[in-house]
Design a protein around this ligand. Structure first.
Ligand code: DGT
Ligand code: MG
Length: 576
């Protein structure tokens, strides 16, 4: 077979994800307008509410005015969303050869289906116009594992419309096949988890993601080859994943012949929309983009022309570590009596997060056991020496009990382990804590090899294609997900605790070792604090807002947590 060059990428984005999770818990909510509240905004709302004019990220007050009978459910505890997100992702990745699936935020999944498609192309004969079913094979080894499809019945939409009238190059055929696979996976997700999603099919992550957003909800769109540039040209510059808020604003300025001062960029309202098509007609070389994009001219130039070399990175099924932290103003935590409740709150949150991320589908088995508990602290010091100190201890076995209430486990862990770690770190009589971080580190697998397929056996109807599937499963294979081309609209955690992911932990004791925070983890095991994403493309505001008190810049959802650092006496109440 001719060796094809273009990757085949599928992108899935769940419809009104948080609302859909809540609806599944309470199906009566499916038919009423439903909004999910985080602080004073609607994180999302279902499509019944959207039909009545309610919008994602609307202020609660405005949404209630808009829709008098809007049912509002609090969604500030993300645990239920994390659990569903993890279970669906684990399920989907089992279909994909080499588990080439990547998560973005809690409700997006990329799949690199190149090898699956090319294998099937080698087995199948392209039959345009034929109503005879063909069979898509999900396994190389088992010819009976797969699903039937009809070449002529292309599922979903194409961009541009009227696909069948176009030419049928090899790439067209491969993408048609990929559309059938996308449709099959969407059906599987619906059948097994009762969640609808929208999908995009194309040859890059960039174009697959954008294609999927064209027809929503519960739909899929194939971007036909040769139309990538035309498709991108119609998008507002801020909508292109990978083009940051600031860069987008500077590019708009350049195109519109105006200047916004750097310090005003965050506050400038985006009134005029500027399409990619307009941008590339005005800015004709990558060099011209350099000063507007902080030296990323080449990269953004390529994105604007539909070129995205980033690959889908197969992530390990569990994060390398989980950590939770909070910061405190001077004078707030100066003795063990003040510290203990804080340790309890953080440890409880860590345990909840371990349950959400590390327990397999069905809730009966740990996918991994962190071997160590690590406490890191930082003191307020006069000389602004912000060194972080850490100490680790063995994670006790009772932490993995699935029957003991988590607050009971947290209380015991703090009493028996964490306070001791603190005393080992703090030898001074007088101290003021600036930061406390608790972490589950040094992951070991669930023991005896974890077979996720077994875990799903109670969840899903036994279908031939699933049971016969014999593709190898990779577990904790050490592949680190570092393909963060798309800084997803990070999970907008409303809670005041920052979550921090550091480089892979070596395990064992780390006494008195100074550590640097490497990157923020946005709660999904995926992180990237360096790439901007958003502008009017994502949700209409910057992820880099300055704190009105000290001027430091933070992602918008982290701002509130930071401002609390300036406030007094409120940390614990909010945490509670
Ligand atoms: P969709 O995809 O348009 O049908 O609706 P959603 O709700 O799935 O929205 P999406 O895909 O942008 O985001 C997935 C979930 O992440 C969503 O249910 C709520 C949460 N989320 C996304 N963006 C934000 C945000 O800016 N703030 C907050 N608090 N939550 C957000
Ligand atoms: Mg979504």
């Amino acid at each position: 077979m001719e060796q094809s060059k273009e990757p085949i990428i599928l992108h899935f984005d769940f419809d009104c994800f948080y609302a859909s999770v809540v609806e599944n818990e309470n199906p009566a909510l499916k038919t009423v307008p439903l909004g999910i509240q985080q602080k004073n905004i609607l994180a999302t709302c279902n499509y019944v509410a959207r039909a009545q004019g309610v919008k994602k990220l609307q202020l609660i007050t405005a949404a209630k005015k808009q829709c008098k009978n809007l049912v509002i459910v609090n969604g500030e505890d993300l645990t239920r969303f994390r659990v569903v997100s993890k279970n669906i992702w684990l399920f989907v990745r089992e279909f994909v050869w080499h588990n080439l699936t990547e998560r973005l935020g809690l409700d997006e999944i990329f799949i690199d289906a190149t090898e699956m498609i090319d294998f099937n192309m080698s087995q199948l004969r392209f039959q345009p116009g034929s109503k005879d079913p063909s069979f898509f094979r999900l396994s190389r080894n088992d010819p009976s594992a797969g699903f039937p499809f009809v070449w002529d019945e292309l599922p979903g939409y194409t961009y541009p419309p009227a696909a069948s009238s176009g030419p049928h190059s090899l790439l067209h055929q491969r993408l048609f096949l990929a559309s059938h696979l996308a449709s099959f996976i969407r059906t599987q997700i619906l059948t097994n988890f009762n969640h609808t999603c929208s999908a995009g099919i194309s040859t890059t992550k960039l174009t697959a993601k954008l294609a999927g957003s064209v027809n929503k909800p519960d739909a899929q769109t194939l971007l036909l080859p040769g139309f990538e540039a035309a498709f991108l040209a119609g998008h507002e510059i801020g909508k292109v994943p990978g083009v940051g808020f600031k860069s987008a604003q500077k590019i708009r300025d350049k195109v519109l012949g105006r200047t916004t001062k750097d310090e005003e960029i965050e506050f400038t309202e985006i009134s005029e929309k500027v399409t990619v098509g307009t941008v590339i007609s005005v800015i004709t070389t990558p060099a011209q983009l350099e000063p507007l994009t902080g030296g990323n001219g080449q990269k953004i130039w390529r994105l604007l022309h539909g070129i995205d070399p980033s690959r889908v990175a197969a992530a390990p099924i569990v994060p390398t570590q989980i950590s939770i932290e909070d910061t405190f103003r001077p004078g707030r935590i100066t003795c063990l009596n003040q510290l203990t409740p804080v340790l309890h709150q953080l440890t409880l949150k860590l345990l909840q997060r371990m349950h959400a991320d590390l327990i397999g589908p069905g809730g009966e088995k740990w996918l991994a056991h962190p071997k160590n508990f690590r406490l890191s602290i930082r003191f307020h010091t006069r000389n602004r020496d912000f060194a972080r100190m850490s100490r680790s201890g063995r994670m006790p076995g009772y932490v993995f009990s699935l029957s003991t209430p988590l607050d009971v486990v947290a209380e015991r862990l703090v009493r028996e382990v964490v306070v001791g770690l603190f005393k080992g770190l703090c030898t001074e009589r007088k101290w003021e804590l600036q930061l406390v971080n608790v972490a589950a580190v040094n992951m070991a697998d669930g023991g005896g090899g974890v077979d996720i397929r077994d875990m799903f056996s109670t969840l899903r109807p036994r279908s031939e294609s699933w049971e016969n599937k014999e593709e190898p499963t990779e577990y904790l294979d050490g592949i680190v997900n570092n393909s963060q081309q798309y800084n997803s609209p990070p999970e907008k955690e409303p809670e005041p605790i920052k979550e921090v992911k550091e480089d892979e932990d070596e395990g064992g004791e780390q006494e008195g070792e100074g550590e640097e925070v490497v990157e923020l983890e946005w709660g999904d095991g995926l992180s990237d604090s360096s790439v901007e994403y958003g502008g009017i493309g994502s949700r209409g505001f910057s992820h880099n807002d300055p704190c009105p008190i000290c001027g430091e810049r933070f992602p918008v959802f982290a701002l509130e947590a930071h401002q609390r650092f300036h406030q007094s006496e409120t940390e614990i109440e909010i945490l509670g």
